[in-house]
Design a protein around this ligand. Structure first.
Ligand SMILES: [Zn+2]
Ligand SMILES: [Zn+2]
Ligand SMILES: [Zn+2]
Ligand SMILES: [Zn+2]
Length: 798
């Protein structure tokens, strides 16, 4: 959710309607500076602030001991059922609610280490054991955990370490050895088993495992641009009044060539939709969200998360990440978790942006923006309008966001220069953003975080603001500056927010074929990537790794052509008229080739043709723009209302969802029956090229794959690929992902030669979009190596 939730939006919409017309006019015309000053007076303690407090109470981001014990019990239950993946996540949730360095949190880590052991994540298991030990794990329980440590070391082949661990645990057991309790007996038994295992391994050591990663041979050609950090030397930065800043190929570019590599200036994990973890209805939410799955700071996938010391929301991949986030921004954000979740991710990005930039830099640029000056380094230079074209021959000097020497970096200055389109946002929207930002700044002041905001490095040294002299409602001048910068960033995000997406695994993830779908993970500012203009038929493809973006050419780009990326709707997904409607939120009318072609010719968009209905009686295409659709076959003369067919489509989608739920509950046979029924039904009223027809084939392939029926799975997936190619193009990333699935299915079914040719095609497409180092390419190459090592006899049979 980018913007504040519906209740807060509704409240402010009513407030806006109640304002005196002259005040509304003043607000509509106000500069960012004046808007913040007006906002401070308009936010009322009794009404808006109280409402926010109520809304925040629904979001739990603090540490609650009751939640911790609940999650731990649930984790134990799942562990008992041998559902280790679920147990792992529940123990992580439990740990996030325990207070740091308490014996309780050490028990969570110890329990989690047991789940990790069963999942064979031995290295991470050792980390959790170390964590348990360092957080004061109860001494009497220690032997069991130490035995697990020894067993982990054995599994990792670290025999000396394992021997050392065993002797430590042996002396420990003997020290407490007077007991003859059953637990004590079990421990002794386990100890002797492990000693036998150790001796066996010592007598015939396993050959050292070959280091993986030698496949990464192909390094990419990369020569960095002199004037734009993170851009390839094959690009140049241009500027004109019509297109603004934009990047152009300064030489011929090959498909797959990397054009930009940029680390996000700032990124904030989106809470995302909750995935059902288990179906029990309880007081505490057992579902997992992005916050449970990805590191709060670096977005790496979490296995055994490190909780924040202050809240239950932020979880990290490592202690290092937790410490860095704390230093950079989280010590200010930590107590504001519920408010930031309530006000939406745009407000959160705005706050984190100013925290990362530091108050001095924020203050410098805000001051500069008041002077109306062109050069932020030299406040005395003459006044020039921001959109004015730089003098010819000046190179990149004078292009907004560039520094004195004409360099463009990912910096706060570059972020500050992204267009906020202040005049184009509706006054009501500006009112909403303004009061939200002011509410955050007031909260910062009330929570005593004023000093932390002003100086991130050593907040303790700064004197506390003299709150006694100010009325409580009054924001300090510094926080007003912060609010003004934040308001600018929230408005900029409307056009410049870049979603960081990843391919997320669906379902239990224990099948031979991995089904993934792209999900939005975070919202970020990428000032260099923002130089690219939009096109509905872009010539590049963007992929992400953690918080880094890579842009690659998806087709040959001749010298002189502009580089585009698609940040709105793609021409494959909707018609031009619909696209123009959506793009209005970015305040521009798209003039890309696809839009011009489609809008100028009277031809109906191919997308709507493909995704159309067909006649329920004779299956010919249905025609008509209005509410009544008629069969295109004159002899048939059937007519049906559009609404009726749309309702039928919705019912069908519901049925498909139910079939997928069955698959998730491991009822594959029932899922097949249901999907085949859906397919029959769909054939009666959907065009055979409809995207949903392809999706059903894809789901069927997935179900057959879980049943190990590889040939059937392959047959259905090929039909799906046909439809995906038609909609997205044969060399699109979507087709690449489908081919990747087909390669897995053929591989599992030992269809060797076909698998090899499919791997080849998938590799060609995916390396263009995701690069030769991507996880999927690595997996394809491993499959290829594995197949080529098969005995000749098998190869010849296929
Ligand atoms: Zn991390
Ligand atoms: Zn925190
Ligand atoms: Zn377009
Ligand atoms: Zn008909």
């Amino acid at each position: 959710m980018a913007l504040p939730g519906p209740e807060w939006r509704g409240l402010l919409a009513r407030r806006w309607a109640e304002l005196d017309p002259p005040l509304r006019e003043r607000l509509a015309a106000a500069s960012l500076h004046d808007a913040v000053r007006l906002g401070c007076d308009l936010l009322r303690t009794e009404e808006e602030e109280a409402a926010l407090v109520r809304l925040c109470q629904r979001v739990c981001t603090g540490k609650e001991p009751e939640a911790a014990s609940f999650y731990r019990e649930q984790g134990n239950r799942e562990f008992g059922r041998r559902r280790y993946q679920m147990a792992l996540r529940l123990y992580s949730k439990a740990a996030s609610h325990e207070s740091p360095s308490s014996p309780e949190v050490s028990i969570c880590f110890a329990n989690r280490s047991a789940a990790l052991f069963h999942l064979e994540h031995f290295e991470v298991c050792l980390e959790d054991i170390a964590r348990a030990e360092s957080h004061g794990y109860p001494d009497r329980l220690l032997p069991k955990v130490l035995l697990r440590k020894a067993e982990c070391l054995l599994c990792l082949g670290r025999l000396q370490d394992a021997a050392d661990a065993l002797s430590v645990v042996e002396s420990k057991i003997h020290m407490d050895g007077l007991m003859t309790s059953p637990t004590h007996q079990t421990l002794l038994k386990k100890l002797s088993q492990l000693k036998v295992k150790l001796h066996e391994k010592e007598r015939c050591p396993e050959p050292a495992q070959e280091a993986r990663g030698d496949m990464q041979g192909k390094s990419e050609i990369w020569e960095e641009n002199d004037s734009i950090s993170g851009a390839s030397s094959s690009l140049s930065l241009n500027f004109d009044t019509e297109r603004g800043r934009h990047l152009v190929a300064s030489q011929d570019i090959m498909p797959g060539q990397s054009l930009l590599k940029e680390e996000a200036f700032v990124s904030v994990l989106c809470p995302g939709e909750s995935l059902p973890l288990q179906d029990s209805e309880t007081a505490w939410d057992t579902r997992v969200t992005n916050a449970d799955l990805y590191c709060h700071r670096c977005l790496r996938q979490l296995l055994a998360s490190v909780p924040c010391r202050g809240c239950s929301y932020a979880k990290y991949c490592s202690q290092d990440c937790a410490d860095m986030a704390w230093e950079q921004y989280h010590r200010t954000e930590c107590s504001l978790g519920a408010l930031l979740l309530t006000l939406g991710v745009f407000c959160h990005v705005a706050l984190r942006t100013v925290l990362l930039a530091g108050f001095a830099e924020v203050n410098r640029l805000v001051e500069w923006s008041h002077s109306g000056d062109k050069d932020p380094h030299n406040p005395k230079a003459g006044c020039k309008c921001l959109s004015e074209t730089p003098e010819p021959g000046a190179g990149t000097r004078g292009i907004p966001g560039c520094d004195d020497s004409g360099q463009y970096h990912s910096s706060y200055q570059a972020v500050f220069h992204l267009l906020p389109h202040t005049e184009q946002h509706s006054p009501e929207h500006k009112f909403l953003c303004m009061l939200s930002v002011v509410a955050i700044c007031k909260q910062l002041q009330e929570a005593g975080l004023h000093a932390a905001v002003l100086n991130q490095e050593s907040s303790e040294q700064w004197p506390k603001p003299k709150t006694s002299e100010q009325t409580l409602d009054e924001l300090s001048p510094e926080l007003k500056t912060v609010a003004e910068a934040m308001l600018r960033h929230v408005l900029q995000l409307q056009c410049n927010a870049q979603a960081i997406t990843v391919m997320q695994e669906l379902g239990p993830g224990d099948g031979a074929v991995v089904n993934k779908k792209p999900v939005r993970l975070a919202t970020a500012f990428f000032p260099v990537l923002s130089l690219l203009n939009h096109s509905c038929c872009p010539n590049t493809s963007v992929s992400f790794s953690g918080t880094a973006a890579t842009v690659r050419a998806s087709q040959p780009i001749p010298r002189g052509q502009e580089i585009f990326h698609c940040y709105g709707p793609h021409q494959c997904r909707m018609g031009a008229a619909e696209r123009q409607q959506l793009l209005r939120q970015y305040f521009f009318e798209c003039r890309c080739r696809a839009c011009l072609d489609e809008l100028e010719s009277d031809v109906k968009s191919v997308v709507s043709m493909r995704n159309s209905f067909c006649c329920p009686s004779c299956q010919a295409p249905m025609q008509g723009e209005e509410d009544l659709l008629c069969c295109s076959n004159e002899a048939c003369a059937t007519s049906v209302s559009r609404e009726k067919l749309s309702r039928r489509l919705q019912d069908l989608q519901q049925q498909i969802k139910k079939a997928l739920d069955l698959l998730r509950d491991r009822k594959a046979d029932q899922a097949v029956k249901m999907l085949l029924k859906c397919q029959m039904d769909a054939g009666n009223f959907l065009s055979p090229e409809h995207l949903l027809m392809g999706e059903m084939e894809d789901h069927l392939a997935q179900v057959y794959a879980t049943l190990g029926k590889w040939q059937e799975a392959a047959r259905h997936l090929k039909k799906s690929i046909g439809i995906v190619e038609m909609h997205h193009g044969p060399s699109s990333v979507e087709t690449g992902h489908e081919l990747f699935k087909l390669a897995q299915i053929l591989f599992n079914g030992f269809a060797v030669s076909e698998a090899l040719s499919t791997i080849q095609r998938a590799e060609e497409i995916l390396s263009v979009h995701c690069g030769p180092q991507s996880a999927q390419i690595q997996e394809l190459q491993e499959m290829k190596t594995c197949l080529s090592e098969l005995p000749r006899s098998i190869l010849q049979r296929t």
